[in-house]
Ligand binder design. Structure first.
Ligand SMILES: Cc1ncc(COP(=O)(O)O)c(C=O)c1O
Length: 366
């Protein structure tokens, strides 16, 4: 992670500023499942405490075995990382592409990782408002040896595209020797993930497609960290010979095992998200003050028509210990955008009501 790249989830920073414990900050800025971490994980981590006297399993044997069964691929096609962020860095470092093609607006770590690895970045804008991918432009810009990073479901928009709409474009890219990293970090929140995921393209020997996924959002363990990539087994063998074998700590591995097998948690999460998505539609109805964007996952975009409203509101919310992610710094979004996490039903109402109470007290927009 690049400490200079803006991210949501700066809970400790705000807690220090307000002189409050971090537990009193209500964080809508990081897209973390509010039902987690699962209680099964708490118990398992407590019992596993003494195992931290050993070095972590650098082969990630058990984690790979569980994942291989779940995603239906060979364990050798799986690479475990200290969060998706480490895997994004590893893909760029070890595929060593000529250029990285980033589709903006995009998660900041793509650029940060390219910069760290001294790989030039080419920015291609997504279609405004719809956030659809301009495959035609990508096909005319990308050269053999380049790496295209495609994020589905997409952060920051929350849009999600069916695999069938992109199959042909991806085939055309890889046939020309262009690498593709598909970041599916939010896929577990999607109800019809079979229709969305392109994981099956990554498992075949010699594939130029790598799929990266995160466990930190869904299981609410960003402070513990774990993620995985699915890719060509030969490439993974080469990477594993070069990487830091202890970057995924022992407790993170235990947490992953328990989380992945907790079906009750998955069912509760699906119920919560479906209810909360409907609630967001009802709360944030059409307004002359903002535009709310449609989302398929656990966060959504909002655009305040007046940038001044966005600035003043976010500052007032912070003073009350509520953190939102102003998204103006994403290339291609511009002023007034917020990316809001979906939290529990009560917390979503609290955010909405606090915003409504603050709005009449703001200075008039220009
Ligand atoms: C699209 C996307 N990919 C990857 C990550 C990194 O996830 P992790 O916490 O697993 O490193 C994030 C984190 O916000 C993200 O938004």
């Amino acid at each position: 992670m690049d400490s200079q790249t803006p991210h949501g989830g700066q809970v400790f920073r705000l807690a220090r500023r307000l002189n409050r414990p971090a537990s009193q900050i209500l964080d809508f800025s990081a897209n973390i499942n509010p039902l987690g971490p699962p209680s099964s994980m708490r118990e398992a981590l407590t019992s596993a405490f003494d195992t931290i006297r050993h070095y972590p399993d650098s082969t990630h044997h058990d984690t790979k075995a569980i994942l291989a069964r779940q995603v239906d691929c060979d364990p050798e096609a799986i690479l475990i990382g200290n969060g998706a962020a480490e895997l994004i860095d590893m893909v760029i470092r070890y595929q060593n592409p000529h250029r990285v093609i980033v589709l903006d607006p995009a998660f900041g770590e793509y650029r940060a990782a390219a910069k760290r690895n001294r790989v030039p970045v080419v920015s291609v804008p997504l279609h405004q408002e719809s956030f659809e991918t301009p495959w035609h432009d990508i096909l005319s810009i990308a050269q053999p040896g380049d790496l295209v990073i495609w994020n589905n479901p997409h952060n920051p928009s929350g849009r999600c595209f069916s695999r069938h709409t992109v199959d042909a474009s991806i085939k055309a890219l890889t046939e020309r020797g262009i690498f593709l990293m598909i970041d599916e970090s939010f896929i577990d929140f999607v109800s019809d993930r079979e229709d969305v995921s392109l994981l099956s393209l990554a498992t075949s020997p010699g594939s130029l497609v790598t799929v990266v996924r995160s466990l930190t959002k869904y299981y609410a363990i960003p402070g513990l960290r774990c993620g995985y990539a699915v890719a060509d087994p030969d490439w993974i063998r080469r990477v594993e010979a070069l990487r830091d074998g202890w970057s995924v700590n022992q407790l993170a591995q235990v947490a992953a095992h328990v989380g992945l097998l907790d079906h009750e948690f998955a069912e509760r999460t699906a119920r919560w998200l479906s209810e909360s998505q409907s609630q967001i539609e009802t709360l944030w109805t059409a307004s002359p003050q903002y535009i709310r964007y449609r989302s398929s996952v656990n966060f959504f975009l909002l655009r305040w028509i007046h940038e001044k409203t966005s600035r003043q509101l976010s500052a007032s919310l912070e003073a009350e210990g509520i953190l939102v992610r102003r998204a103006d710094d994403f290339i291609g979004l511009g002023p007034g955008y917020w990316r809001l996490a979906i939290r529990t039903l009560d917390e979503n109402v609290r955010l909405y009501r606090t915003v409504q109470a603050l709005l009449p007290n703001l200075d008039d927009p220009p």
